[in-house]
Design a protein around this ligand. Structure first.
Ligand SMILES: *[C@@H]1O[C@H](CO)[C@@H](O)[C@H](O)[C@H]1NC(C)=O
Ligand SMILES: *[C@@H]1O[C@H](CO)[C@@H](O)[C@H](O)[C@H]1NC(C)=O
Length: 342
């Protein structure tokens, strides 16, 4: 003989089941215990509480021309609102003192005061006997010694930053990441050292210094990085992290695009790129003089337009000219001309 009638029992069972289901739905958080392990793997999960002072964009400077380029690059990072620190390694014989009126001193103070750049005096690393352009390129590798940071992004200063690259600092941990020198690919599968993401460490820096000591006459920073990290570096996609200005002069863009199927659109490519390197041989770098008029002789040609059946697609030419004009305008505004010395 039951105390509770079967009908009521059924109702109670339905109610209890409903409560259990509801509680489960509201209280159960899948993976809640593993949120902390997700951090560092899923950047979005921790964007809000990143300590950006552990990361830095770095530049190295060996002379006054490059000092100006470097300040320009930091100005761009500042203007575009990049979050990580900015670190400039500059020759220890440049003075930053307030009472020094030299061009170097003024530029260093502009970098520090206007663009929040941290200044780090260093000894320029060079070797006797190696070609002039590259003699001091080992200095770039001092980025491995900046152990006050967890991670640094070394950028060559003969370049333009088009968008911040803060997301690279949040990649999973590894010693080095670089894009491929896409313009040599697939004949040469080597890394470009124009942009290098580095986890500074004593061990890696010791390896680097050892490699510099042993380097042969034709081995510079790029050869050393390729030798040490060819089988262990992470490959960063060159698109959008490393575009050459010379790309706008070429006809075959499949190496940059990564496919022969996609159509080349100079505006879209420029818009998507984050880092643009001035590399346009035989056109000189945009701060150098151009006595042989190479800019005009080698500028991109207007393309055949299948719709109008005329050579009237001048997008590549316009993009290329604008890149150079923009650089010259900024250089004048930030560093002044040679004559007015700021
Ligand atoms: C300014 O600094 C340079 C080194 O960068 C030095 O040679 C020069 O003597 C300094 N000038 C003054 C006025 O202190
Ligand atoms: C590397 O960093 C250490 C510590 O800051 C410094 O004492 C040393 O001089 C640096 N080495 C070079 C070659 O800059």
């Amino acid at each position: 003989m039951s105390v509770v009638p079967p009908k009521a029992l059924r109702s109670i069972l339905v109610l209890v089941t409903a409560i259990v289901v509801l509680l489960t739905l509201f209280c159960y958080r899948p993976y809640s215990s593993s949120v902390s392990t997700l951090r560092g793997v899923v950047p979005e999960a921790r964007i809000g509480d990143v300590d950006w002072s552990r990361y830095a964009y770095t530049q190295y400077v060996t002379n006054t021309d490059y000092l100006c380029n470097s300040v320009m690059l930091f100005e761009a990072l500042h203007r575009l609102g990049s979050k990580a620190d900015r670190l400039m390694m500059y020759p220890e014989d440049f003075s930053v003192e307030d009472d020094n009126t030299s061009k170097e001193s003024k530029l260093l103070r502009i970098a520090r005061e206007k663009y929040n750049v941290k200044l780090k005096p260093i000894q320029v690393q060079s070797r006797l006997g190696v070609g002039a352009t590259w003699a001091e390129s080992y200095t770039k590798l001092l980025a491995f010694n900046q152990t006050q940071y967890d991670r640094v992004l070394s950028l060559d200063s003969d370049s333009t930053v088009l968008q911040p690259m803060d997301e690279l600092f949040l990649l999973p941990s590894f010693p080095v990441a670089m894009p491929r020198a896409y313009w040599l690919y697939p004949d040469y599968q080597i890394f470009s050292s124009q942009l290098v993401l580095i986890q500074p460490s004593k061990t890696e820096f010791d390896r680097i210094m050892e490699a510099i000591k042993k380097a042969s006459m034709d081995e510079y920073d790029m050869e050393i990085l390729n030798k040490l990290y060819k089988d262990s570096a992470l490959i960063l996609p060159h698109r959008p992290y490393d575009l050459l200005t010379g790309e706008f002069r070429g006809d075959d863009h499949s190496a940059y695009l990564g496919t022969k199927l996609e159509k080349w659109d100079p505006y879209r490519i420029l818009h998507e790129a984050k880092f643009l390197h001035f590399s346009d041989w035989p056109v000189p770098k945009p701060w150098d003089s151009d006595p042989r008029n190479m800019m005009e002789k080698k500028q991109p040609k207007c393309q055949y337009n299948p719709e109008t059946k005329e050579e009237d697609d001048c997008r590549a030419l316009n993009v290329w000219l604008e890149i150079y004009d923009d650089f010259r305008r900024r250089r004048k505004a930030i560093c002044g001309t040679e004559d007015d010395a700021l």
